[in-house]
Design a protein around this ligand. Structure first.
Ligand SMILES: [Zn+2]
Length: 174
């Protein structure tokens, strides 16, 4: 099933080229890579866009098992941090097929999510103290597995709020 459209627009002449991708190909930066030159003027300077699928359990599982797959190039933790996705993230964190590196990204995402849920209703109307309490509990239950790896980083403004609440500091495994 080809459901997702990827397109390139030439910056010189405006010619638009598109192709359709299946869900799995459209989901990851690495699988949707597409190198073409403009079919009209041969320019290599093209703007690119792609419709991407929602992050389903199946896509997250695939992502979690392979360090070279990314949903976006930077700040994956921010797109993963969603209250509706908390159970899913914990489930994937606990899977023994999930790599250490991807566990680190899930930890980053949980810290972002905790930060969001500790915010006042004024700052974040969707913040939910019960979810914040649950994240603290879940992190403490997994204390020994809570690590970050190379290239992983928790923003200082998040760390400042989140570390005192979870009651321990997140270790680096390098
Ligand atoms: Zn062109």
């Amino acid at each position: 099933m080809m459901d997702y459209i990827q397109f390139k627009t030439c910056r010189k002449c405006g010619t638009k080229t598109e192709r359709s991708l299946d869900e799995e190909t459209a989901a990851f930066v690495q699988t949707r890579q597409w190198s073409i030159t403009c079919p009209n003027c041969n320019s290599k300077i093209l703007n690119e866009g792609c419709n991407t699928p929602p992050l389903t359990y199946d896509l997250l599982k695939k992502w979690a098992r392979n360090d070279s797959l990314q949903f976006i190039e930077q700040d994956e933790d921010i797109i993963l941090a969603d209250n509706n996705r908390l159970g899913l993230l914990l489930d994937i964190f606990d899977s023994d097929k999930t790599t250490e590196y991807k566990r680190g990204i899930i930890i980053q995402a949980l810290c972002v999510l905790l930060y969001d849920n500790l915010a006042s209703k004024e700052d974040n109307p969707e913040s939910d103290r019960k979810i914040a309490d649950r994240i603290v509990r879940e992190l403490n239950e997994r204390k020994n597995m809570v690590k970050l790896g190379k290239g992983q980083f928790i923003e200082p403004y998040i760390e400042k709020v989140v570390f005192p609440v979870i009651g321990f500091e997140i270790a680096w495994n390098i």
